[in-house]
Design a protein around this ligand. Structure first.
Ligand code: ZN
Length: 207
């Protein structure tokens, strides 16, 4: 079901989401939540959407990038559901990107994101999952994870001058950013690596 997306100013966007408990995995409630997130993300052409954006304070987000009219420069990401994601930053390299958000309508903003990250998470069925992301895809993951901590991209602007109306973005910044985004894509040719682990997984060096 397509859900109403909460917008900037709504207090529920500021809630810190709670971890999904062990006995909630595979439950009708969680599976319904995930289905609604996917339907809503696709209907609104989001690159991702977090549960907090539809008013559910649980640590769940979904991402998917195909040919996205909102973000034509974003590398493809297959539909992926992340439950209880944990971030590891790989190196201190950053990229400067212009972001948009379904919860911040008609605005775009320039923010700094870590260029290489690893997220470990669970699938809705409770299987472990690792995502390594670089460049723009790394930014997308950090943006969604921020939602689970009650943060929006507008909280990460260096100054208010880095916030643009959609009209001004299109007029003055979109062409430049398209070129910058292409350079980032070139610098990080492997934007996403997703590893689903078979349960139980155990490193070889553990006995
Ligand atoms: Zn967002």
């Amino acid at each position: 079901m397509i859900r109403n997306v909460l917008e900037l100013g709504h207090p529920k966007l500021r809630e810190i989401a709670q971890e999904v408990a062990q006995d909630e995995f595979g439950s009708t409630e969680i599976l319904q939540l995930i289905e609604d997130l996917i339907d809503t993300m696709r209907a609104r052409h989001g690159a991702g959407i977090a549960a907090t954006q539809i008013g559910i304070a649980k640590r769940v987000f979904v991402i998917e990038v195909n040919d996205n009219p909102r973000y034509p420069y974003k590398p493809k990401i297959p539909l992926t559901v992340l439950v209880n994601p944990q971030l590891r930053i790989l190196g201190d390299e950053t990229v400067s990107v212009i972001e948009g958000c379904l919860s911040v309508p008609d605005l775009r903003g320039r923010v700094e994101r870590f260029a290489q990250v690893e997220l470990t998470a669970m699938t809705p069925e409770g299987q472990p999952l690792t995502l390594r992301a670089r460049g723009l895809s790394a930014g997308t993951l950090q943006h969604e994870l921020d939602h689970l901590d009650g943060l929006l991209f507008t909280d990460r602007l260096e100054s208010s001058e880095h916030l643009y109306s959609k009209a001004n973005y299109e007029l003055f910044f979109a062409a430049d950013f398209q070129r910058q985004a292409e350079a980032i894509n070139k610098a990080y040719p492997e934007p996403i690596e997703i590893t689903k682990h078979v349960w139980p997984s155990r490193p070889n060096n553990v006995s």
